[in-house]
Design a binder for this molecule. Structure first.
Ligand code: 5GP
Length: 191
């Protein structure tokens, strides 16, 4: 059963605001400045993964003062549930331009087990970029199954299922301006 099967209340379904709109905005500015300081006037390709990273990508790209171009991929993990990733990844949309010889920064919404990103890193490395770094808004290290060196982390969060600012449950809640914890009763027993 997905969230779309029941009534969705964008206010009442959230148990706790974990990262506020203001905290996100301040962090995006800070990360953009750090990335700009590291890359300077070098050309940088931001690669983001639909759909969860969309708001973060849109905000972060405007906070980076370096010359950036963007590309989007869409992957779906399969074999898991709506709250658990499986690590089995299928590419639904590939890059639209070559990244060979380019400085590439992966822009992610959240790293949980790391399985999805691990797959993506190996896939992108195979395209011979000059460099490949990772930026994530949220990091849930408690559940990490593969060791991934993350270069830029927005917020380290506890092991809770979060929604908002791009992150969904059953495709909804992405339009919340903050990151919040879904009340367990919204999904408990419904997977
Ligand atoms: P991983 O492969 O690192 O376990 O999971 C990566 C993907 O799982 C994320 O890109 C995201 O789509 C989803 N995911 C992991 N944790 C959460 C969470 O707390 N909330 C939501 N909405 N999605 C999550």
């Amino acid at each position: 059963m997905t969230a779309s099967a029941g009534r969705i209340d964008l206010v009442a379904d959230i148990g706790e605001v974990l990262v506020s709109e203001e905290q996100i905005a301040a962090k995006v500015t800070e990360l953009g400045a750090r990335i700009g300081a590291d890359y300077g006037d070098r050309r940088l390709t931001l690669v983001s993964v639909l759909k969860g990273s969309l708001p973060f990508m849109a905000d972060l790209m405007r906070a980076i003062p370096s010359p950036v171009r963007i590309d989007l991929m869409e992957v779906s993990s399969y074999g898991g549930t709506s709250t658990e990733s499986s690590g089995l990844v299928r590419i639904l949309k590939d890059l639209s331009a070559t990244i060979e010889g380019e400085d590439v920064l992966i822009v992610e919404d959240i790293i949980d087990t790391g399985l999805t990103l691990n797959y993506l890193i190996r896939y992108l490395r195979g395209k011979n970029p000059k460099s490949l770094r990772i930026c994530t808004l949220l990091d849930k290290p408690a559940r990490r199954l593969v060791d991934i060196p993350v270069d830029y982390v927005g917020f380290t969060i506890p092991d809770q299922f979060v929604v908002g600012y791009g992150l969904d449950y059953g495709e909804y809640y992405r339009n919340l301006r903050f990151v919040g914890v879904l009340r367990p009763e919204v999904y408990t027993g419904l997977d």
